[in-house]
Design a protein around this ligand. Structure first.
Ligand code: BG6
Length: 489
């Protein structure tokens, strides 16, 4: 609804970078396509390139053509290109920010800064903006992970930004929160009494969260090697999913209420540290293998690799929550690069029936499952048992599945998470952005795991071939509890 969107000056620091080209520009094109951008909104690319406005427009068109799934429509492109400006800006030069101030229309438009740059230069940007009052409300600022590499460095970034911006001006992106299936978790859980009343350790046996990737480190070896899969994926995306699954009903659907409930969950995660890291986690690194019939190198053979690296490209963690609702119902998380398939899924596995009324024909009653697919094809499935139909009066049962697709309108294109989150930032809606406390609580839980791996002498990095489901022992974590991973289908 265009009326609710304010007119903005969207400044993209790092206009030439990968994030801007691959995600932000195609997302802006798609927002233009669905008429979600206010007519007066301008997009100002800022970076060290020496481009004229015309050259920048060409660069943007090339990026959109390359990364957009569909063909570019000239009418839409003309509308979008009319909004584009370019500022040659060196973040280390004060004068450049004075030039930026002259370009901005602060009386009419809300300024939104998107820091599509490495975190090492965040602070310089905050300081320069602050020095000439470009930070003042109602300006907004969007920052993206990695927000630090541990609690200490994360706090440092948060301290720096909070010197210049209020929490209500800060939009910390976790792109998983922009996925339809994640947004839909709130309605699934809190609009349906069927799920709401059955969402606890009495009814749910355990929860599985899998984010399986086929890509490797993609020319980001240095970045990735410092992070590893745990800091790159679990600290943010997987823990965000876990909190939305586990949180209590918020008072309302305001950003504050939702965030408060998520923070409570992060605080109830049972600590994993040097004492129990071997029982609760498995980490692995990929060796050479085959992905979709193509040979791929090992992690240590990737561009720029350090042969001694002990960084994990796969991790599996058993997470226990210490609150009444979830005590005894573990969450198993697993994520890795160069795995057999690209898919992300949440599986809620319900407890078995305490009594098997149908044991004459069915030795065992399998567990019901609620399966929430994030990628590919966002959908929800329910697995249940039904009688095999026919004249026989016996109860022979079989597994049945019902499925609901989350993108119900068949003309609706796949809405990229960035599109949704950029739109929310333009509206000033922080509901699906991460607040300071959340990101810090997540680091508080992650740090002792990483520390545990370093200090526990028995902790080893297990190898797995690219194109498989990770180290063999990853299954042990779940199997020793008498459970097994839901198979990808
Ligand atoms: C990013 C990570 O945040 O998420 C990448 O830095 C990862 O390493 C990517 O590949 C996965 O996102 P998606 O949406 O493709 O699952």
């Amino acid at each position: 609804m265009i009326e609710t969107i304010q007119s903005c000056d969207l400044v993209i620091f790092g206009a030439k970078g990968d994030l801007a080209q691959r995600k932000l520009l195609p997302a802006l094109y798609k927002l233009e396509e669905c008429k979600k951008i206010h007519p007066e909104t301008r997009i100002i690319g800022a970076g060290r390139a020496n481009w004229t406005k015309e050259e920048y427009i060409k660069v943007v068109k090339t990026a959109i053509k390359k990364f957009l799934i569909n063909k570019i429509d000239e009418n839409i492109w003309n509308k979008l290109s009319a909004r584009l400006y370019f500022l040659n800006l060196d973040i280390f030069k004060e004068l450049c920010f004075i030039k930026l101030k002259k370009i901005l229309n602060q009386t009419k438009n809300i300024t939104i800064y998107y820091c599509a740059v490495p975190p090492s230069v965040f602070n310089t940007i905050f300081e320069r903006l602050g020095k000439i009052n470009l930070n003042l409300f109602p300006a907004r600022i969007i920052i993206e992970k990695p927000l630090g590499v541990c609690l200490k460095t994360c706090k440092a970034i948060n301290d720096q930004i909070s010197k210049y911006f209020l929490e209500s001006q800060i939009f910390r992106i976790d792109h998983y929160l922009g996925k339809e299936s994640i947004l839909n978790l709130l309605s699934l859980r809190f609009a349906n009494s069927l799920f709401f009343n059955n969402w606890n350790n009495k009814i749910i046996d355990h929860v599985q969260i899998t984010v399986s990737e086929q890509v490797g480190v993609e020319n980001r070896w240095n970045y990735f090697d410092e992070m590893g899969q745990t800091k790159d994926m679990v600290q943010n995306h997987l823990l965000q999913i876990l909190t939305i699954i586990a949180m209590d009903q918020p008072k309302n659907i305001s950003p504050e209420s939702i965030r408060n409930e998520k923070i409570k969950i992060l605080r109830t995660l049972r600590s994993i540290n040097i004492e129990n890291v071997n029982v609760k986690t498995i980490r692995g690194q990929y060796t050479a293998g085959n992905i979709q019939g193509k040979k791929v190198p090992s992690y240590l053979e990737e561009n720029g690799a350090n042969l001694k690296s002990q960084t994990e490209t796969f991790v599996c963690i058993k997470v226990d929550l210490k609150n009444d609702q979830w005590l005894g119902t573990p969450f198993y998380l697993r994520t890795g690069k160069r795995l057999a398939e690209k898919y992300s899924e949440i599986v809620i596995v319900f407890k078995k029936m305490p009594i098997n009324l149908f044991k004459d024909h069915n030795d065992d009653l399998s567990r019901n499952k609620l399966i929430i697919r994030l990628d590919p094809n966002e959908n929800i499935k329910i697995d249940f048992l039904k009688r095999i139909s026919g004249l026989s009066e016996t109860y022979q049962l079989k597994n049945e599945r019902i499925q609901s697709n989350l993108l119900t309108n068949k003309h609706q294109n796949y809405i990229d998470a960035y599109e949704r989150l950029l739109l929310a930032a333009m509206k000033g809606d922080q509901s699906f952005f991460v607040c300071r406390e959340e990101v810090e609580e997540a680091w508080k839980w992650i740090d002792p795991i990483i520390e545990g791996w370093k200090k526990n002498k028995k902790s080893t990095l297990e190898l797995y071939s690219a194109g498989t489901w990770g180290p063999k022992n990853a299954n042990k974590i779940i199997m020793k509890d008498g459970r097994y991973w839901h198979k990808f289908d």
